[in-house]
Design a protein around this ligand. Structure first.
Ligand SMILES: [Zn+2]
Length: 460
């Protein structure tokens, strides 16, 4: 007897897009069968006319984070409720090494934030802010405990300690872990910002000019050279520009192991938004780019240059975003966990004919493969966790911030008309959201201890 059967859907499986019924027992997928061939079940979801997708994995979130002397609006409860409502069943959040503290301190602090709050499963990356010998010595034991990815920022205090950071790159690779890199050149940004502020250009309309596309391309090139010298695989977060993506392609052609992520805002919004009133709400690092860069990101989504779409969910209210008197003081980021899946379906699959298999790679299979969760997560396969989206490909939704589950009081995609939305989100066999309403209990989410990076990830 199955606990749950999902019958009648078209399923996106590792073997193709097929009519398949899925049977669940004890939180796992135990049967993936041709229609009408499941064992009997205690509960059956009639999914005729629906797509069945693996639950999405958002590999880049910032819940309950502190920056710019403020605290993000979403904690692990509201953030994961929003995630579940949008079809996301796992997140990997960034724990930050505290000032004067260890990586273990960071992870302990993040466990305390997530436990008793998360409604879906969660893992952690850890950001290395102080690449001291003591920190570097800690990397292997942190990876041993299932935190198998380490982030470095190239834009704050990186240059003064670049060689120490390279030692950290090597230690991360030695530990079999993944290095994630925020690539923006701190000197290009520093120079451009100084020029703008010196000329009295404080308004947010000047923000994109303070962090031009070249600052990203330059940092990606240098990050690639450093990772290659340290013989470390590298994953570049939220790439936004044509130049950076070309650098990734060239590195792959040279045989370097390099992974690439982008984030939704670079696909759906361009820099003209900074001329709108309340344009502070669009500020994130790097900035929104030109139409040409936007098209380059779409091309990279389609041709496989980009491996992962992740939100960088970092939520603020409009009051936080619009208070500062100059663009350098606006806290970066925005809430967008709930729209990750439906927006890519609507703008990508429906409008640009992105194949369903590629769609699922970007939001589920690839983040699972790269970050040591596959095939437990990211696949509709026997033995995998029953993390699933029953997705209605015809549902029309106009995005309205007051209907979203983030506590943020605005949505950067306000007014977008979307075709396709999750009907049910299922986490380990349990319906955690239905018809855009949360059905989950706070604290039911489990911590994900992740495996090490498998360099054969593309063939997993
Ligand atoms: Zn981030």
């Amino acid at each position: 007897m199955l606990d749950l059967a999902i019958a009648g859907a078209t399923a996106v499986t590792p073997g193709g897009v097929l009519a398949r019924d899925v049977g669940v027992r004890a939180g796992k997928i135990v049967q993936v069968a041709a229609p009408g061939n499941l064992e009997s079940a205690a509960t059956t979801i009639d999914a005729r006319g629906m797509l069945l997708l693996p639950g999405a994995i958002d590999a880049h979130t910032h819940l309950d984070a502190e920056m710019y002397n403020a605290h993000t609006i979403d904690d692990f409860e509201s953030g994961t409720v929003a995630a579940a409502a949008g079809g996301v069943t796992s997140i990997i959040d960034y724990a930050f090494q505290p000032d004067g503290g260890t990586l273990a301190d960071a992870i302990a602090k993040w466990h305390a934030k997530a436990v008793r709050r998360a409604v879906i499963d969660y893992g952690f990356h850890v950001a290395i802010l102080d690449p001291s010998p003591a920190t570097i010595a800690e990397i292997a034991s942190v990876a041993e405990r299932g935190v198998t990815s380490f982030k470095i920022f190239m834009m704050r205090g990186f240059e003064a300690r670049a060689r120490d950071f390279m030692r950290a790159f090597r230690a991360v690779a030695d530990a079999g872990a993944m290095l994630t890199i925020h690539a923006e050149d701190e000197h290009v940004i520093g120079y451009c910002t100084e020029r703008l502020l010196g000329a009295g250009k404080f308004a947010v309309a000047n923000f994109p000019a303070s962090r031009p596309p070249l600052s990203e391309a330059a940092a990606v090139e240098r990050g690639l050279a450093m990772a290659s010298s340290a013989d470390a695989p590298a994953y570049f977060v939220h790439l936004s520009s044509a130049g950076a993506l070309s650098a990734i392609r060239r590195a792959r052609a040279r045989g370097q192991t390099v992974l690439a992520e982008t984030r939704p805002i670079y696909l759906y919004l361009t820099e003209e938004r900074f001329l709108e009133p309340n344009a502070e709400k669009y500020v994130g690092f790097p900035p929104l780019r030109s139409e040409r860069d936007c098209e380059a990101v779409w091309e990279a989504i389609a041709d496989g240059t980009i491996d992962v779409l992740a939100t960088d969910h970092c939520s603020w209210n409009l009051a936080h975003k619009s208070a500062p008197d100059r663009f350098t003081r606006i806290p970066p980021g925005m809430a967008n966990l709930e729209t990750l899946v439906p927006m890519l379906y609507s703008e990508g699959v429906v409008k640009r004919r992105l194949p369903l298999a590629r769609f699922v790679d970007l939001i589920a299979a690839n983040p699972a493969r790269i970050f040591g969760l596959y095939p437990r997560k990211g696949a509709i396969a026997e033995g995998s966790d029953a993390d699933l989206i029953v997705f209605d490909p015809n549902r029309q939704v106009v995005i309205r911030s007051h209907q979203m589950h983030s506590r943020a009081d605005y949505d950067v995609f306000e007014g977008f008309e979307v075709t396709g939305w999750p009907r049910q989100t299922i986490s380990r066999g349990e319906v955690v959201a239905i018809d855009r309403q949360s059905a989950a209990r706070a604290g039911r989410g489990l911590y994900l201890e992740r495996a090490r990076f498998n360099s054969a990830w593309r063939s997993l």
